[in-house]
Design a protein around this ligand. Structure first.
Ligand code: FE
Length: 284
């Protein structure tokens, strides 16, 4: 008998605003779900009203983790203290490793008025929190996309996608936390069982349509996050069709002390980060 991953919880995101007044839905990292090791935050932003996002995220620091921004529609202009300038396009991904420090701005640009996407915060292990920062802008054409024989569209952002029929290396591979990040579009009546490493924490974020999962009566509707156990098979069915983010990562099992955009292992390290930021040495 197939052992399926157990559902730990199903939650709706919470409407909030961040940066200079950007309206967004905080799925992880708010009062509902504080974090899900190794994931620290997941935001969904989407609006056809530029007033709700155009002020963007003016210069701000990060230390101790990685931010992954995935745009579905619209554009985001990024600039950091290292001189990196990037324009993230609809369908593109920015993978930013803050490590010991990045100061950057993330400013949305209008494209027919619509902006839609996600930002994910992924923790770094303690040994890498003060390492060298890194930044990659990945253009849509450089992200592997495929359609399975069952008609499911897959965007393989990170890790290897494998449904038992098709294998596809994603655009990004990371040694620690070994993140797997896929964007799936399931037509009505589709089923999929993406293989994910045993021991990885798994989350699904349904952002359109609805899905059905083993062991859960009824459907999981859009704007719901499902957290799953770290062992067993993942199976997703969709009677009516759905768009779903699949996120998996190896838990770090380290203490997490967070103060806004700084995520370290101890209070002392947070105090050091605050001093370094005050003294202009965060990124030195
Ligand atoms: Fe940022």
């Amino acid at each position: 008998m197939t052992q399926f991953r157990k559902i730990i919880g199903i939650q709706a995101g919470q409407a909030t605003s961040d940066g200079a007044g950007v309206s967004l839905t905080r799925v992880i990292g708010g009062p509902g779900i504080e974090r899900f090791d190794p994931f620290l935050m997941l935001d969904e932003f989407g609006s056809d009203n530029p007033d709700e996002y155009i002020a963007g995220f003016p210069p701000h620091p990060h230390r101790g983790f990685e931010t992954i921004t995935y745009m579905l529609e619209g554009r985001m202009r990024h600039e950091d203290h290292l001189g990196n300038v990037g324009l993230l396009q609809g369908g593109g991904v920015q993978w930013m490793t803050a490590a010991r420090g990045i100061i950057h701005s993330e400013m949305p640009e209008q494209e027919e008025g619509v902006m839609r996407g996600f930002q994910l915060w992924l923790n770094l292990p303690g040994k890498d929190k003060l390492g060298t920062p890194g930044y990659r802008d990945i253009q849509p054409e450089d992200i592997p996309r495929l359609t399975t024989p069952d008609g499911i569209d897959v965007v393989a952002i990170a890790g290897t996608f494998d449904d038992g029929q098709v294998q596809q290396l994603g655009a990004v591979e990371r040694p620690h936390t070994e993140p797997h990040l896929f964007d799936l579009r399931l037509p009505a009546g589709a089923s999929i069982s993406p293989r994910l490493p045993e021991g990885h924490r798994v989350m699904l974020y349904v952002y359109e349509g609805a899905v059905q999962l083993p062991g859960h009566a009824g459907s999981v509707a859009a704007s719901r996050l499902v957290r799953l156990s770290d062992s067993g098979e993942l199976r997703i069915d969709s009677a009516e069709g759905a768009r779903v983010l699949v996120l998996a990562g190896e838990p770090l099992n380290e203490p997490v002390v967070q103060y806004g955009p700084f995520v370290m292992n101890s209070r002392e390290e947070i105090e050091q980060a605050l001093r370094d930021f005050r003294d202009d040495r965060l990124t030195a």
